[in-house]
Design a protein around this ligand. Structure first.
Ligand code: NAP
Length: 302
């Protein structure tokens, strides 16, 4: 790569050590073009990794959702996707987003605490796709009052709800999806470090994530003989709707930026790439694992 000065983007580029870069045709290009070519390169590398695969994504609420970042990576890699939404409140949002993937993307209602909703979703998947290859579980909920104050004060009901929505739902979805994964498959759940260490205010959600991570391991064991892999991604903090429900979330973001080995927070597209790795044959011998995508925070002792 040849570094060369280019007047047009000089102001924007002055923050960078690279002033301009020559493309392979030797023409000088600016920052915007450089970024575009990086994206193109990423797309070229991932294109086809999931071609011919059918997937379903649970947990898109809006464009900031982690599920949306992973869905975009799966879509770019060639997967055919279906989506679910929890209630009418979110339908329009999700409809608009999935519309960017083209016409006719299946979209089904599903509250993961309702067995009848789950059964209907997979009947629809069987009708629309026939076969299923990949599933993303990116769903969690705990009553707001349980995500502030002391864990000690968690009510029986808040404990039940958090575990039902955030952990048991993975078991229910995996059981319903498995018969459609006739060529094997990959199931991916989203978790957080609060499952293994105390993160103030994460409280009952940390306990539910511990149940989720243990469920990943037991499901991986049960479904392994069917060539279905089950893994979780433990993400560093991302500013989403669910995250904003945790008291002091902005402090957590700042803390990570200062303390991770990479001295920054993660970007949603990096979760997309990790999701792509776990969904594709690149991880064909990996199951029952929790993959940390957190700029290295998990290795720190102090
Ligand atoms: P998000 O955009 O708010 O996504 C959470 C999703 O869960 C929403 O679509 C939400 O729908 C859905 N949901 C809640 N209750 C449900 C139910 N009963 N049935 C069906 N769907 C339900 O937030 P996110 O941060 O992307 O969260 C996705 C996953 O990543 C969660 O498992 C979360 O714990 C995990 N995670 C997040 C972070 C972070 O910092 N953001 C870090 C590590 C792990 P409604 O909006 O309708 O409730």
């Amino acid at each position: 790569m040849i570094i060369k000065r280019c007047a047009s983007d000089q102001a924007a580029l002055s923050k960078w050590n690279v002033i301009a870069v020559r493309s392979t045709e030797d023409a000088p290009v600016g920052l915007t073009e450089l970024r575009r070519s990086q994206n193109m390169r990423r797309m070229q590398t991932t294109t086809g990794l999931l071609s011919g695969r059918n997937g379903i994504v649970f947990g898109v609420a809006n464009k900031r959702s982690i599920a949306w970042a992973i869905a975009q990576a799966w879509h770019e890699a060639g997967a055919r996707l279906a989506f679910t939404y929890q209630g009418e409140r979110l339908k329009e949002n999700v409809e608009e987003l999935v519309g960017t993937f083209g016409e006719g993307v299946p979209l089904y209602p599903c509250d993961v605490t309702r067995d009848e909703d789950i059964a209907r979703v997979f009947e629809n998947v069987a009708r629309d796709f026939g076969r299923l290859d990949i599933l993303l579980h990116s769903v969690a909920f705990a009553p707001r009052e349980a995500l502030e104050g002391r864990f000690l004060d968690t009510t029986r009901e808040a404990f039940r709800i958090a575990h039902d929505v955030s952990a048991y739902s993975l078991v229910a979805l995996a059981r319903a999806a498995a018969p459609l994964m006739i060529n094997g498959g990959s199931i991916i759940a989203m978790t957080y470090y609060g499952a293994v260490k105390v993160v103030p205010h994460y409280n009952v959600m940390g306990v539910a994530k511990a149940a989720l991570e243990a469920s990943v391991r037991y499901l991986a064991y049960d479904l392994g003989p069917q060539k279905i892999r089950v893994n979780a991604i433990s993400a560093g903090p991302v500013n989403t709707l669910a995250a904003r429900g945790i008291a002091g979330f902005t402090t957590i973001l700042k803390h990570y930026e200062e303390r991770t080995p990479l001295r920054r927070n993660i970007e949603p597209r990096e979760l997309g790439l990790a999701g792509l790795f776990l969904a594709s044959d690149m991880s064909s011998a990996t199951t029952g694992q929790v993959l940390y995508v957190d700029c290295g925070y998990e290795i720190m002792g102090m």
